[in-house]
Design a binder for this molecule. Structure first.
Ligand SMILES: [Zn+2]
Length: 150
């Protein structure tokens, strides 16, 4: 199928309108409900057609990065305030902040939850409604905590 952007503006609008009407058409909806496998096939074909399209890939990875950054910020704000700060030295550079397990039993705990690192750990915290027992520390203070100086 021809790319939407390559249509002259007038035809682009026409095409967009046509697709909108088609999706709203009860006949189409009825047909689509009856034939989930055909719709799957269409979606599948479109996926394979576009998966190597670097533009789409880039857009996809950019939106994934965005949603990861969002999850990370939510977790840091929950445990470290808004804007998030290190609980010890108050550094607020998000790039050096980490989530610290207050009991210091991070290794054991991570084993329990399946050794989730980085993003997966942030996502786990959010999925579990931000369980207590964590705080935000910067990497320096995290290390000092680890060697028992704080
Ligand atoms: Zn610190």
């Amino acid at each position: 199928m021809q790319k939407l952007e390559t249509f002259p503006p007038s035809r682009r609008d026409y095409h967009r309108e046509y697709m909108r009407k088609r999706r709203a058409d009860p006949n189409f909806v009825r047909w689509a409900e009856k034939h989930p496998e055909v719709r799957k096939e269409i979606a599948n074909r479109s996926y394979h057609k576009h998966k190597d399209d670097s533009g789409a890939k880039e857009r996809r990875s950019r939106s994934q990065a965005k949603s990861r950054a969002k999850v990370k910020m939510e977790v840091f704000i929950h445990y470290g305030g808004d804007p998030p700060k290190c609980a010890n030295c108050e550094t607020d550079d998000v790039d050096v902040l980490t989530i610290d397990h207050i009991d210091g039993n991070g290794h054991q705990h991570r084993k329990e939850i399946g050794n989730k690192l980085g993003y997966l750990f942030y996502r786990w915290l959010r999925q579990n409604n931000f369980p207590p027992g964590y705080r935000v520390l910067c990497r320096n203070c995290n290390w000092l905590h680890y060697i028992g100086r704080i």
